[in-house]
Each structure stands twice: as structure tokens, then as C-alpha cells.
Ligand binder design. Structure first.
Ligand SMILES: Cc1cc2nc3c(=O)[nH]c(=O)nc-3n(C[C@H](O)[C@H](O)[C@H](O)COP(=O)(O)O)c2cc1C
Length: 252
């Protein structure tokens, strides 16, 4: 017999989904391989464009994870110091090129006016909750740099999407990721989706066999959440008023 939603009370689903929050500090406790396998299995039950599943996942653990993290941190040190410094350090950065993004440069582009306030709000509230002042570039770069230690998570997965399906591949990957993150949450694990790790695809490719037909979308840090205060941070969630577009009649 299959699962029959009509026999269940759906309210717990809303409660469960809304209780997922991004984890930004993990315990070093290893995640059992069978648990990683389970959440990956669950990720594959998401719907997909013509059932094509136009994505691949690289799971970095142990020495592979550590090597990638070390190289990311080294590049981030050079990039962040270069960007913080004066004209001369910027020139040096652009001449030497080490640290500059090798993929997804779009991430460093400023947000458009419509979306900027939301990104600014979460930045202000998150950094504020950590005691990092708005003008403290070093403090902000240090906090951002934790992305490259995967916030201490023992598992980092890198999500690749097939180039041929463009936005539809990203859509499918997003659905798959949400399934994965909710399954992880249900199993007591924390997750952090990480656009920050999409900069340096070449580092990941050095460790895994990844076809040129695929491009890096983002990463997800996975592990057991620590008790750190950052894990209690509650990002603002927009309401239906901001989600729904008006009918033309309502506009006037
Ligand atoms: C595709 C994607 C990329 C993200 N990249 C990062 C990141 O690089 N670093 C980070 O700390 N959080 C990252 N996040 C987490 C978001 O900041 C977070 O989901 C948002 O603020 C809402 O908070 P919540 O997940 O706790 O509901 C990312 C989320 C998504 C979906």
C-alpha cells in the first residue's frame, strides 16, 4: 500500500518545513555513510523536467573535503585581502589572477534594486547577531571565509547541472536540494546551501571526474549542528503580500 495523505494530518508538514533553518556552525562528528546515502536517495524523489534529472552531485568527505577547503581558504585569503586593499593590491590581484573566481562570476555582481533590500537585510541581521559591525570589512570577510571551511561540516556536496537545460536544470537541482535538506533536517542533520563555493569550480574538478557538460551550481554543507548562537539565527521570511502579483484590475 502506498502512502495515503488523506489519512494524515498535514499540519505537521507545514510546521516541519518551516522549522528548517540554515546551519552555520557544525560539530566535527562524522555523518554515517548510510545516512548520507539515505538523504541522497530522498533527494531523488523530487519532481524533474521530463524526468531528466539534469544534475550530478560530488560528495566531499575526509581528505578530499579537507584539500578542497584548504585551497578555497587560500584563494579566499588572497581575494578578500586584494579587494579590501588599495589600488595597488587590486592591480596585483588582477595581474597574478590567483584567487579570482574561475566560475560563476555573476555571484559578485551587485543585486538589482528590487532584491537588494532583502539581501541587505539578511546580511545586516546575520552579521549584527554575530557582533560584526557594518563597516568592519575584515570581520565580515572572516565570517564569509567560514564558508570555505564549510562552517566545520564534515560533508560538503557540490551540485552540478547539465548545461543544455539552462534555467530548468537549475530549477530541478533546487527541487532536489530542498528534498535533500528537508530529509537531512528530519534525520537530525543541519545544512547550509552555499553559493559561496561556486567560485572555484576548477578546485572541485581537480578531485572528481566531472563532465564538461555540467557546470557547478552551488554546494551544501551537511553535518550535525553545534549549539553556537549563529544556529539560532532566524532569517526574515517574506509574506504572501510580497509573493503574489496583483491582477490587472486590482492594480488600478
Ligand atoms: C542557492 C543558495 C545559496 C546560498 N548560499 C549561501 C552561502 O554561500 N553562505 C551562507 O551562509 N548562506 C547561503 N545560503 C543560505 C541563505 O542565506 C538562507 O537560506 C536564507 O538566508 C534564508 O534562511 P533560512 O535558510 O535559515 O531559512 C544560500 C541559500 C541558497 C538557497
Amino acid at each position: 500500500m502506498g502512502f495515503n495523505p488523506a489519512e494524515k494530518d498535514g499540519a505537521w508538514v507545514s510546521e516541519f518545513i518551516s522549522s528548517r533553518r540554515t546551519t552555520r556552525d557544525f560539530l566535527p562528528t562524522p555523518v554515517p555513510p548510510e545516512l548520507i546515502e539515505q538523504i541522497l536517495q530522498d533527494s531523488l524523489t523530487a519532481p524533474s523536467w521530463s524526468n531528466t534529472r539534469p544534475f550530478k552531485v560530488a560528495v566531499a568527505i575526509g581528505e578530499v573535503r579537507d584539500r578542497i577547503s584548504t585551497e578555497f581558504l587560500s584563494r579566499w585569503d588572497v581575494l578578500s585581502a586584494g579587494l579590501r586593499g588599495g589600488l595597488w593590491s587590486k592591480i596585483k590581484l588582477f595581474v597574478k589572477r590567483y584567487g579570482l573566481p574561475t566560475s560563476n562570476r555573476i555571484i559578485v555582481k551587485p543585486y538589482v534594486a528590487e532584491l537588494k533590500p532583502r539581501a541587505q537585510r539578511v546580511g545586516k541581521e546575520l552579521y549584527g547577531s554575530l557582533g560584526v559591525a557594518r563597516g568592519d570589512r575584515v570581520g565580515r570577510d572572516e565570517q564569509w571565509g567560514k564558508n570555505y571551511e564549510f562552517f566545520g561540516a564534515p560533508v560538503e556536496i557540490f551540485v552540478y547541472i547539465h548545461k543544455s537545460l539552462h534555467i530548468f536544470a537549475a530549477c530541478d537541482a533546487g527541487l532536489m536540494m530542498e528534498n535533500l535538506m528537508l530529509s537531512a533536517h528530519a534525520h537530525g542533520l543541519g545544512t547550509c546551501a552555499q553559493g559561496a563555493v561556486a567560485f572555484w569550480d576548477d578546485v572541485v574538478r581537480d578531485e572528481f571526474e566531472i563532465s564538461k557538460d555540467y557546470r557547478l551550481l552551488c554546494g551544501i554543507a551537511i553535518g550535525y549542528p553545534s549549539q553556537a548562537a549563529v544556529n539560532s539565527f532566524q532569517a526574515h521570511r517574506i509574506g504572501l503580500d510580497e509573493l503574489l502579483v496583483k491582477t490587472k484590475k486590482q492594480k488600478s
